[in-house]
Design a protein around this ligand. Structure first.
Ligand code: HEC
Length: 225
């Protein structure tokens, strides 16, 4: 085993044993990539990655499978993906820093101020897990057999309000409801469309969206004073 491989094994074990002080979360993806690049030459790495891949397969489709995308990343590249990537197509549904744009999904100009990185990662990987209020689509079946599908606008113990596809607001008495589905998001899960670097860059970009406050207050970046 090469000396470099030994160092990788050491870092890997430090990460897996929870000693993240030694492995900054911002370089987790780089560590995994470096280990992957060497796995065929170093049995100790191959063994660790095989275990890792198995655990990953069990977490497939959850934000936990993207833990290395939480910290670090390049907000500038993330912005390019948000505005230009045709597969992810974010701008078909969202406004980011401009006032004009789609209103299918919530405006995201302040999202970095409102939500933490874990929330942002989950919003990308499992959109229907925590649906932004006023944007969930649900189907309600009434006791008389009538079915209504629309965006859940408000929900109290006595009434539920749905915005139907034609824009009309329908108030439903909860006593009349036979069954209802959980609100789901029309946003596609991004884990299947983007690679881990892209997801991490997007999280970094979303986390930086504070309505322009940071650009106004300081030009020298985040370095401590
Ligand atoms: C087909 C439309 C659609 C596309 C494409 C789409 N989104 Fe969404 N997005 C939504 C809707 C609708 C919601 C609100 C429901 C929810 O919380 O999932 C949402 C919610 C979100 C949220 C959570 C907002 C909040 O206030 O909780 C984030 C962050 C987000 N989207 C980012 C993105 C990014 C980044 C992309 C591109 C990589 C993207 N979306 C692509 C429709 C879309």
């Amino acid at each position: 085993m090469e000396a470099g491989d030994e160092a990788l094994v050491e870092q890997w074990d430090a990460w897996k044993s929870g000693k993240l002080g030694k492995v900054p979360a911002a370089v987790l993806l780089e560590l995994i990539e470096a280990c992957q690049a060497r796995r065929s030459s170093a049995p100790a790495l191959e063994e660790r990655l095989a275990t890792h891949d198995k655990a990953l397969a069990e977490k497939a489709g959850t934000a936990a499978a993207f833990e290395e995308c939480l910290e670090g990343g390049d907000a500038k590249l993330g912005k390019e993906i948000a505005l230009q990537n045709l597969t992810a197509n974010c701008t078909a549904c969202h406004k980011f820093e401009s006032k004009e744009g789609s209103t299918v999904g919530p405006a995201l100009n302040l999202i970095g101020k409102q939500k933490d990185r874990i929330y942002l990662l989950e919003a990308l990987i499992t959109p229907s897990k925590a649906v932004a209020p006023g944007f969930g689509i649900m189907t309600v079946t009434l006791k008389d057999g009538k079915m209504l599908t629309g965006t859940l606008v408000a929900n109290t113990s006595s009434t539920l309000q749905l915005r139907l596809a034609d824009g009309a607001l329908e108030k439903v008495d909860t006593a009349q409801i036979e069954s209802k589905t959980d609100p789901i998001s029309v946003m596609p899960p991004m884990g299947a469309m983007l690679n881990k670097r892209q997801v991490r860059d997007l999280v970094a970009y979303l986390a930086s969206l504070d309505g322009g406050a940071s650009k106004k207050s300081s030009k020298s970046g985040n370095s401590p004073k």
